[in-house]
Write a protein that binds this ligand. Structure first.
Ligand SMILES: *Cc1c(COP(=O)(O)O)cnc(C)c1O
Length: 415
C-alpha cells in the first residue's frame, strides 16, 4: 500500500462522485450554461435558472420537502447560522431562550455562543453515555419563552443517531421549533420532512459526494411558515433570505449528488453497514477496545465507527498508520489537538477520549480496504501496547467490560 491510499474519513468530506463532476463542468464555460439565473431577459439566464430549479427539486425530493422550502447556502455551516440566528432574531418578541447540546458540531456551538453574547439564553444539554438525549431532561428545560431547539441527527464523531420523531413531537408540544443539523445523515439515512416534526434542517453537498462550498437550509412553510431574518442582504435572491448570485455549477452538482443518493441509498448503506460491522467484529476482540457510540444499530449511522484503544494515544496510532486516512474525533478538533468535546459530554474519561479513533466509510470503500485496515490496526495496537507504560501499569485491568452489551449483528458474509 502506498502512503494515504485508504480513505476512511468520509465523515470529514467525501470525494465528488464522477457523475456529479461531469454535471458540474457543464455549467462553467462559454459552451456550457454559464448564465446568471437572475438574468431573465435572455436564454442564458433562463436556462441557468431552470437548472437551478431542477436541482432544487432533487434536493427537496431527497428530504421529502417542497421546492419553496429549500434555500441555497454555502454549506451546512451557513445553513446552521441562518437557522439559528435567523430564527432567534425573527422571534425575539416571543422569547430569547434556545436549547442545544454540548455534542453539536462547532457550526452550531459557536453560533449559540455568539447568540449568548447578543443576549439570548442557551441551555446546553448533556447526552446519556450512549449519546441519546433523554426526553425527561429535554421536557424539564423547555420553557414558555423557548423559541428553538437545535439538535443534530447523526453525530459526526460517534455516528449516534437521534430519534427525530419523538424529540420533535415533544418540542412541538411545548410550542418551540426544532432545527436539525443533518449534514451527516442526509443522503445516508431516510429523511421525510412531510412526516418528521422538524422545522429547519441543514445539509451540505460535500458530505454526500458533491462539491465543497454548497449546501441548503430547509425551512418549513406548511402548515405554518418558519420566519427567518436573513444573514446577507443584496440582490433579493432566494426570496430575500439569502442574497448573492447563485453558484449554478455547484447547485447543479448538489442536485445531482442528491438524486444519486436517493436512488442508491438503500443498496449503498447496506453495503457500507456490512463493511463497518466487519471492521467492528475484526477489532472488538483486541483487549481494551471500547465502542464510543450506541450499542443498538438502530441508533447508530451505518458508516461511522468510533473506537477507543486503551493505553494508546490516538495520535500515535494514526502516526503509525500513515497509509490509512483516519481521524481523532472531528476534523475541527484534530486541528487543535483538543480531546473531543463530544466524548467528554458523553461522560467518558480522559484516557478514553485521548485514545479514540473515528473510522468513517463511504461509497468507494472496498472489502480489501477493510480487510487491510483490520490487520494493520490490530498489529499496530499490539505493537504499540508492547511499548506503552500506560498499558503495562494495569495488567489485565483495561480489558473491556462494557456497561451495555453491543448487539450489532455479526456480518453474515465477510467478502
Ligand atoms: C461537515 C459538517 C458541518 C459543516 O458543513 P460545511 O458544509 O462544511 O459548512 C456541519 N455540521 C456537521 C454535523 C458536519 O458534519
Amino acid at each position: 500500500m502506498t502512503q494515504q491510499s485508504i480513505y476512511l474519513d468520509y465523515a470529514a468530506t467525501t470525494p465528488v462522485d464522477p457523475r456529479v463532476a461531469r454535471s458540474l463542468i457543464r455549467y462553467l464555460t462559454q459552451r456550457g450554461q454559464f448564465g446568471n439565473p437572475s438574468s431573465s431577459t435572455h436564454a442564458f439566464g433562463r436556462n441557468a435558472a431552470r437548472a437551478v430549479e431542477t436541482a432544487r427539486e432533487r434536493v427537496a425530493a431527497l428530504l421529502g420537502a417542497d421546492t419553496d422550502e429549500i434555500i441555497w447556502t454555502s454549506g451546512a455551516t451557513e445553513a446552521n447560522n441562518l437557522a439559528l440566528r435567523g430564527v432567534m432574531h425573527a422571534y425575539a418578541r416571543k422569547g430569547r431562550h434556545l436549547i442545544t447540546a454540548k455534542t453539536e458540531h462547532k457550526a452550531v456551538l459557536d453560533v449559540c455562543r455568539q447568540l449568548e453574547r447578543e443576549g439570548c439564553t442557551v441551555t446546553w444539554l448533556d447526552p446519556e453515555p450512549d449519546g441519546l438525549f433523554s426526553l425527561q431532561q429535554l421536557a424539564a428545560v423547555l420553557r414558555p419563552d423557548t423559541v428553538l431547539v437545535s439538535l443534530m441527527h447523526v453525530n459526526n464523531e460517534t455516528g449516534v443517531s437521534q430519534d427525530l420523531n419523538t424529540l420533535g413531537t415533544l418540542i412541538h408540544s411545548h410550542g418551540a421549533l426544532l432545527h436539525v443539523d443533518a449534514a451527516q445523515s442526509a443522503g445516508k439515512l431516510p429523511l421525510d420532512l412531510r412526516i418528521l416534526p422538524v422545522d429547519l434542517l441543514s445539509v451540505s453537498a460535500h458530505k454526500l459526494y458533491g462539491p465543497k462550498g454548497i449546501g441548503a437550509l430547509y425551512a418549513r412553510r406548511r402548515p405554518t411558515r418558519v420566519r427567518l431574518e436573513p444573514l446577507l442582504y443584496g440582490g433579493g435572491q432566494e426570496r430575500g433570505l439569502r442574497a448573492g448570485t447563485l453558484p449554478v455549477h455547484q447547485i447543479v452538482a448538489m442536485g445531482k449528488a442528491c438524486e444519486i443518493a436517493l436512488a442508491e441509498m438503500g443498496i449503498e448503506q447496506t453495503r457500507i453497514r456490512k463493511w463497518r460491522d466487519w471492521l467492528w467484529h475484526g477489532l472488538r476482540d483486541l483487549e481494551g477496545v471500547e465502542l464510543n457510540g450506541h450499542p443498538k444499530p438502530e441508533h447508530h449511522s451505518p458508516n461511522i465507527l468510533n473506537l477507543s484503544f486503551s493505553g494508546i494515544a490516538a495520535e500515535a496510532l494514526l502516526h503509525a498508520l500513515p497509509e490509512i486516512a483516519l481521524a481523532t474525533g472531528s476534523a475541527c478538533n484534530s486541528a487543535h489537538h483538543e480531546p473531543s468535546h463530544v466524548l467528554r459530554a458523553m461522560g467518558h474519561d480522559l484516557m478514553r477520549m485521548r485514545s479514540a479513533i473515528r473510522f468513517s466509510l463511504g461509497r468507494f470503500t472496498t472489502a480489501e480496504e477493510i480487510e487491510y485496515t483490520i490487520d494493520a490496526v490490530a498489529a499496530t495496537v499490539i505493537r504499540l501496547r508492547a511499548l506503552s507504560p500506560m498499558w503495562e501499569a494495569s495488567p489485565g485491568g483495561l480489558k473491556q467490560h462494557p456497561e451495555h452489551p453491543v448487539d450489532w449483528a455479526a456480518p453474515s458474509n465477510m467478502v
